[in-house]
Design a binder for this molecule. Structure first.
Ligand code: SF4
Length: 143
């Protein structure tokens, strides 16, 4: 039986800055993020991907941590924009985040860069699945 090796990401996003405009473009029909298996989740309880956009401050980091706790496991984080990746105006930001799988830099990151980030996350997640499958097979083969 043939199975789809690519995971589906159901995302929630947080961030109120200019990076959000490019993320909205990425969701539009021109770029169509859904064709990469990335769809918006109605609530964080149904999401496995948190997309952080742009500037983060102390209040937003509290929101990020709260959303992250509510999400399904396994769960992933993608940070968009130089502000999210490097701290921007608030250099404390990245150190206070839950673990981030993919960093997409740029000010703002172009939709193509955001899509590359999603592809990189697919590869990372598929790679770790393959690893765990093969290690499971090895341990199963042992007496
Ligand atoms: S990285 Fe650039 S575009 Fe994104 S929030 Fe910061 S200043 Fe705005």
């Amino acid at each position: 039986m043939k199975t789809n090796s690519h995971p589906t990401f159901r995302y929630v996003s947080v961030g109120y800055s200019c990076c959000g405009d490019d993320f909205l473009q990425t969701m539009s029909s021109r770029y169509d993020l859904e064709r990469l298996g990335c769809v918006e989740a109605p609530q964080p309880q149904f999401a496995n991907l948190l997309i952080i956009q742009g500037t983060l401050n102390a209040k937003l980091i509290t929101e990020v941590n709260s959303l992250y706790e509510k999400m399904l496991t396994p769960k992933y984080i993608m940070a968009l924009g130089t502000c999210s990746c490097g701290g921007g105006l608030f250099p404390l930001s990245p150190q206070h985040l839950p673990p981030v799988e993919v960093w997409v830099t740029g000010c703002p990151p172009r939709p193509e860069a955001i899509m590359n980030g999603v592809i990189a996350l697919h590869e990372k997640v598929s790679g770790s699945r393959e690893k765990s499958k093969s290690s499971g097979m090895k341990s199963g083969a042992q007496p």
